[in-house]
Design a protein around this ligand. Structure first.
Ligand code: GDP
Ligand code: MG
Length: 167
């Protein structure tokens, strides 16, 4: 059984895009509509640390089940965290630096911190260095300053790969 790394976050922050970027191929469906990931998607993944040492993990996209009404995040969020807790040695908590910090982000952060789950905070849609000015805001989640990444532009994806391997 491989160690499990779960991707958690509000709908539409880019969780499925991140899974595909790390896997370097299309595994999970990306949609403009929130809540499109109907089943839990996972893939085995080789990650390589900065010393060149390979490790194998199971990467899980915890999209939730069924269509998620964007006004009713709470059950969805709780379900994701429960799944992540049950499965994961490490959680990749994705926020959206275009959207900025939201109440849903705070709720997820509170749950993760209360359960003491090992968490890496990632600000996706940081498509260029210009986006990194907004990262400081997310420090309010109490999980450190996020790593700015772009699933679309593959920005900092290799760095994240090494970071996963190290954890
Ligand atoms: P999920 O609901 O969290 O799985 O999010 P998706 O991966 O389905 O992506 C939601 C939307 O965000 C889609 O329209 C993606 O094209 C877009 N998106 C995902 N990653 C990025 C990114 O790095 N930069 C930008 N600009 N858009 C992104
Ligand atoms: Mg998805």
């Amino acid at each position: 059984v491989l160690p499990t790394v779960a991707i958690v976050g509000r709908p539409n922050v880019g969780k499925s895009s991140l899974l595909n970027a790390l896997a370097r191929r299309t595994i999970s469906i990306v949609e403009d509509m929130p809540g499109v990931t109907r089943d839990r998607i996972s893939t085995p993944l080789r990650v390589t640390d900065t010393a060149g040492v390979d490790r194998y993990i199971e990467l899980v996209d915890t999209g939730g089940y069924g269509f998620i009404d964007s006004d009713d995040l709470t059950e969805h969020i709780k379900q994701q965290i429960e799944q992540a807790m049950a499965l994961a040695q490490l959680v990749l908590f994705v926020v959206d630096c275009d959207a900025g910090l939201t109440a849903g982000d705070t709720e997820i952060a509170t749950l993760l911190r209360s359960k003491g789950i090992k968490t890496v905070l990632l600000a996706n849609k940081a498509d260029s260095v210009k986006s990194d000015v907004s990262l400081g805001d997310f420090a309010r989640l109490g999980l450190g300053t996020p790593l700015g990444i772009s699933a679309t532009n593959k920005r900092n994806i290799d760095e994240l790969d090494a970071l996963i391997a190290r954890n």
